[in-house]
Ligand binder design. Structure first.
Ligand code: PHB
Length: 395
């Protein structure tokens, strides 16, 4: 008599079951422990950078009482060795095996690009606490991918303007041949040549090689007005020392993005004295915010903080802002993005905002290395509120 009743009852029943299922999944997504996966270099030329990032991140989570958006934090760790060929397997350990809610990583641009691809495909929240690969907040941009650091374009572009304004005309560039080096040099060249300078030679060697002798001989023979460089970590220490030992320092001033001297000024010693660099952090900001951050960091970890520690700290701040907006649900990328786009991050580096492609819009300081004071001192503002152009980003 009521031929349609049975299907209706069945439909109502299954709809209720679906509702129950979705709400229990939703519950599982924003309650219970928040799984944070660090994918960072813990070995190799960038090992100290990975440790500083993890320290900074943990420092902010500790300030939050060990919880982000009310969820207790549980950490997972993978050493990526700054090795792009292992990056996809490594990131899948966190995504598939550990099923983390958010990935914090990494330092190396080539590794970060593989991570961004995996994050985009799986929808896992990713906050990049260093690697500058332009594509991460450019062509590969996505609602669930953010950066708390910089794009390779930013410090290079800032330094090109500084050097052109100084009236420097002929420059040789030298770097590692991979995304970070190539993109830093390209951005430097963009603003330096716009300002009337010329890059007369672009030298490079494979990452992470440190056999600089042949290239230093070539610089001496070319006799440029100055040299612009991107090196970082252990490789930067060797380069700065070799440059001075080759007798080039006195005659051909060395400039670079701030990674050349940040966090490694002690290891570089007198060879670093006077080097001018551009970066979104410095040791002598002397603000209340930075002084408090530095004091806690030094007491907790028994070492001085650097730009990497700040970027790790701010990755945790960004995570907290994003997840507070979704009541702890790390899968709601669009809502996390909306909250971060509206926010001003109260960073030790100075306040910054997040661009439409999810990269910090921030001040770039001109800094000078002081060996005596073991500090990268602010000597001016190279570029205020500098925004990466976000080329190729469609979100
Ligand atoms: C990078 O590979 O993007 C990179 C590595 C180390 C730095 C900065 C950038 O200090």
């Amino acid at each position: 008599m009521y031929p349609t009743l049975k299907p209706i009852v069945r439909w109502v029943g299954s709809a209720l079951a679906v509702t129950a299922l979705t709400s229990s999944v939703a519950l599982a997504q924003n309650t219970g422990k928040l799984k944070v996966g660090f994918m960072l270099p813990y070995t190799g030329t960038f090992a100290a950078l990975g440790i500083a990032i993890e320290n900074g991140f943990r420092q902010h989570v500790t300030e939050l009482g060990g919880k982000v958006a009310g969820r207790e934090v549980e950490y997972f760790k993978v050493d990526d060795e700054s090795e792009p060929s292992k990056a996809t397997d490594n990131v899948n350990k966190l995504i598939k095996r550990d099923q983390v809610d958010v990935i914090i990583g990494t330092v190396h641009s080539g590794v970060a690009m593989a991570m961004a691809k995996a994050a985009k495909e799986s929808g896992t929240l990713l906050i990049v606490p260093n690697a500058g690969a332009d594509a991460v907040t450019g062509a590969m941009c996505a609602p669930n991918i953010f950066r708390s650091s910089f794009s390779n374009w930013q410090p290079g572009y800032a330094m090109g303007e500084v050097m052109a304004k100084k009236g420097i005309k002929k420059v040789v560039t030298i770097t590692w041949k991979y995304a970070a080096g190539d993109e830093s040099v390209k951005a430097f060249k963009e603003s330096f040549e716009k300002g009337g300078g010329t890059v007369v030679k672009e030298l490079s060697l494979p990452f992470p090689n440190v056999e600089f002798q042949g290239l230093l001989t070539e610089i001496a023979a070319t006799k440029p007005d100055a040299v612009f460089t991107f090196f970082a970590g252990g490789g930067a220490v060797k380069f700065v020392k070799d440059y001075a030992a080759a007798g080039l320092k006195a005659n051909i001033p060395l400039y670079g993005s701030g990674f050349l001297t940040d966090g490694i000024i002690d290891a570089e010693g007198p060879a670093a004295e006077g080097i001018l660099t551009t970066l979104h952090y410095a040791d002598s900001l002397n603000t209340k915010r930075d002084n408090a951050f530095r004091l806690t960091y030094a007491k907790t970890f028994r070492m001085q903080p650097d730009v990497y520690a700040v970027q790790g700290y701010d990755a945790a701040q960004m995570l907290s802002i994003g997840l507070n907006a979704t009541k702890g649900d790390a899968t709601k990328a669009v809502d996390i993005s909306a909250a971060l786009r509206k926010a001003t991050i109260d960073s030790p580096r100075g306040p910054f905002t997040i661009s439409a492609s999810h990269n910090p819009v921030q001040d770039f300081y001109l800094r000078q290395a002081s060996d005596k004071e073991k500090e990268n001192k602010v000597v001016g503002m190279a570029s205020a509120k500098l925004a990466d152009p976000g080329r190729g980003c469609k979100m």
